[in-house]
Design a protein around this ligand. Sequence first.
Ligand code: EPU
Length: 348
Amino acid sequence: MIETNCSLKPFNSFAIEAKTEQLFYLKTRKQFPELLNHIKIAEQNKRPILILGAGSNILFCENFAGLIIKVELSGIEIIESKNNYQLHIGAGENWHQLVANCIEKGIDGLENLALIPGVVGAAPVQNIGAYGSEFKDFCESVEYIDLESGELHRLTTEQCLFGYRDSIFKTVVLGNCLITQVTLNLTKQWHPKSRYGALNDLKDKTAKQIYQSVCQIRSEKLPDPDKLGNAGSFFKNPVVNQEVANALLARYPTMPNYPQNDGRIKLAAGWLIEQANLKGRQIGGAVVHQQQALVIVNQGDATASDIVQLAALVRDTVKQKFNIELEHEVRFIGAQGETNLSEVLKRV
Ligand code: EPU
């Protein structure tokens, strides 16, 4: 079934009012032929197509002039073998619920990734990560349907080209694929990942303890999107070369910095934003969050334009003070599909 002229407010965690011309709920695999047919018609009518999960990492900058496919494919199958658990999970399952269920069942590994909003099918797209773990550490394969041919494909972890908040699904196959199922492999030789600050101090390093601690840290720092609209970290942490990092460290010796495997240094965008005095800065209903400056929140009545203007102010102020270019992690969706901050600013 397809709905027309629908509000997208319930379908984006910023809770921004925007509309879409068409909305199709994909609940079962039996709907694949119907889905492909709607896509064909949209393409014939030169309408853009957007695949939506829980809408927890997007900003609808304006009304969407095409077809949105809301992925609600469900189902979790767990196959236990001597050394590991293999999990086949429908793309529409809730990520945190999956993590919570695994911990409850004594299937360890995903605890550091607790409370990340969104659905399972979105996890590989930006290779979600937190507190020393990333989605790619547990991924065995990702299944997707090619929206042109209708064929199902399965990519191994290597083929997914995972990077920091990045994957093949944001680049090579973007726009042409819909993730249907994710397969995870969780080893029974579990080791805690607890190098991150507060986790390091835990006495009892069981998966359940780490899970509870991560839930606590996140609830203290990150606003609950059900209460205060937001999309998590708005910007990526910038990764710079050694020279740039050293020059900044000479001026700001306490600046957090994380050396990467490739010799470059990751900086904390939240720290840069806080040092630029932007915590609590407000434009209309959009505010730089007090507890975590990397998050922009909708105080209740923000428009997309408020958020865009505030994001531009943050980017420009940080650039001025530190000569560091912040790149947004939140994906911007315009009337015709994915866009970005600079493009949107040209239009207002
Ligand atoms: N910091 C500040 N002020 C702030 C925020 C942070 O000084 O307002 C400092 C902190 O004190 C710390 C450093 O910056 O020294 C890093 O902060 P934090 O540990 O809170 O993590 P982050 O780098 O801001 C990243 C991820 C989060 C993830 C956390 C924990 C990105 C873009 N964000 O944030 O992911 O939960 O690490 O691992 O990589 C998300 O992607 O939506 C997200 C929430």
